[in-house]
Write a protein that binds this ligand. Sequence first.
Ligand code: GDG
Length: 764
Amino acid sequence: MRILSWRLILALTIGLSLVSLASSWYEIRAQRNALRRDLDSKAETVSDNLAATAEFYLANGNHDGLQKLVELSGKRDHLVGLGIYGRDDSALALTPGLNGSLPVLTQLLKNAMQDNRDISIFTELRFKRVHLLAAPLQANNKTVIGALLVVHDSGYIDTETFRIWGHLFLRMAIQVLVIVTITLLIIRWSLTGPVARVAVWMRALRTGQDAVPPSATDLDFLLPLAREVGPLAESMQRARSAAETEAGLRNANESQWTAQRLADHVRNRLGKSNLFVVSNREPYIHARRDNTVAVTVPASGLVTALEPILCACNGTWIAHGSGDADAETVDAHDHLKVPPEDPRYTLRRVWLSREQEEGYYYGFANEGLWPLCHIAHTRPIFRASDWEHYYAVNRKFADALIQEIGSEENPVVLIQDYHFALLPRMLKDRIPNARVAIFWHIPWPTPEAFEICPWQRELLDGLLGADLIGFHVRAHCNNFLNTVDRILESRVDWEHFSVKRNNHFTSVLPFPISVELPCDIPEARSNLSAQEERSLLFAELGIEATFLGIGIDRVDYTKGIIERFQAVESFLERYPGYQGKFTFIQIGAPSRTHIKRYADFQSEVEAEANRINARFRYGRWKPIVFLNRQHDRHQLEHYYRAAHICMVTSLHDGMNLVAKEYIAARQDEHGVLILSRFTGAARELHDAIIVNPYDVSATGESIAEALKMDPSEIVERMRRMRRSVKEHNIYWWAASLIGALCELRLDSIGDAKSTAPERVLVVK
Ligand code: GDG
């Protein structure tokens, strides 16, 4: 910066001086010429005034008259002398002190007389700057009879010129000084200061300290740089945190799965094959906000788990482009390189019409398959038109997938969820060499329940196109195999958990999904205690209470939200001492509100909360707070860390990530989890208080049990659950799933040659 300042000072000084000098030179030259013209006309006036009288005396030979004339007229400003000469150049009258015989004068007079015109010059006489005017004198007949010489001192013109130069130099120096000072101040305010503050910010980011980004004014012209610095710092912090975790694990001799380990593992397993992921929900959504396009990452464990793999092997993720600015951000092939701040893999967007989305997503998937697979006593609705859309959209995704795979010889394809039951078969029929897995995130019902679906055979056949079908728990695998056994002509191999149909083998295995532990996520760390977090939340919500229970769900009829409220009611009835002390906060993110059953359910939840509140509330306390809006990830972490109890009372749930997120957030090893026995999570988290959500009073009793639990027991239980989630985290899930898929020997599973272990696949 110092060199820049010096360069700037030098350049400004030279530039400004040159400009000032040039303009001053012109100005001074003009002034000097004006003074000269002025002196010239003064000499002309003197000559004009004397000419007539001098001609008269000269014509009459009156030399005394001539002498008197020059002496009388010779006393004026700057006039040095006057002289009158005859035709032969002889001096006839001279003012005293004027040496009239100097050659320069006689030559001038001669020329004036010869040419019969006035001649003036600026010259030097005896080291003095003078102005000379020689004017011819004429007789009546216009013949030249002599000449008049007027001599002025012109030295004052030089003096004046020097004075002006002096002024101009002073002005120029002040100008240069002022401009250089202002420039240096601007550099300091707008450049040196902001750059220093940005450097402090970057240093804080680099060293992992709390860093407050500089203000928008500071970042003004550094904005393009700042845009890069944020993501860069984030990647660095993640890398550092990953390295620390890895090092910690190595020291502790633990084999915890991290994003980095997963990426390495998958790269090894895939070898030269490329990975393709298909899901309905895309990992990055571009949406229009005011006049700008904002990119959001949907809060989903799936993105967390699959992104490191795709980044590591430069894979392709195919998903429905659902954002209103999605189409503007893709290239001509509907491709987009993501993550936006560090593009590592390709997102291929598939476009659906409104009718297709209605029929395939809201209709068949969410009004048909969702209630079919969840035993929650909501009747599935199967419309032929929805089925047609479901089929057409699966076909559309198959076409897109085949296009992306191109000439790839051994692609590895991971399909997500119940939106794509037909896709494995559609793909395998066209690319038999592809390794295809589908992971079913929701439960699989009993054969009797599944049998009510009019397209049961088509769905099973579509799924069995895959080489591997994953569920969260063994019970869902069993239900699936029983369903296949009962409905399709096929051979179920219970020993290896596989199905042979038309000479193709499908392995059916459990892969319990999980979460990332927040201690691996720098921004999820908190310095506040649970008590402080609670006080903050109560103050924010304007509530007075001591004990806090929470529930976090999409507002979905499978999540048992109403039963949960009723359990709170039952608890307060049985334990009135907790009235005024225990508050239950339910975060309910609106979900699928297009569907009537969901819209109705939202009103039912609200009405139930109002009913219970009206019964118990007083002062600034109320038993239930229903926050019916989407919260960001960061806010959820506060609730998890603040709550004495987290209630997960799903009527039926594939896994339930909220239960695991609560455990992951409790770095303080406090908090009690109340967990429905009908969740997949209940198979792993034995230290939760396991409840039957339909038994409202027993669930109410479990709240009392949780609040009265001995602190040492709370810590012991939480510690064990955290160990389980830590060991079987989201990266472990992804590694197990992809590992199993890559290890399958295609079309040989049924002959007991599968390399997949019989029980839950644990990758070490
Ligand atoms: C299906 C299966 C299976 C909730 N509200 C907000 C919010 N959430 C997040 C939670 C959690 C996720 O949504 C919900 O996950 P769940 O597992 O509870 O349930 P489903 O959405 O039904 O998912 C389920 C899962 O797939 C994974 O395989 O476990 O059984 O049904 O992560 O934190 N997230 C944000 N704001 C909210 O308001 N950001």
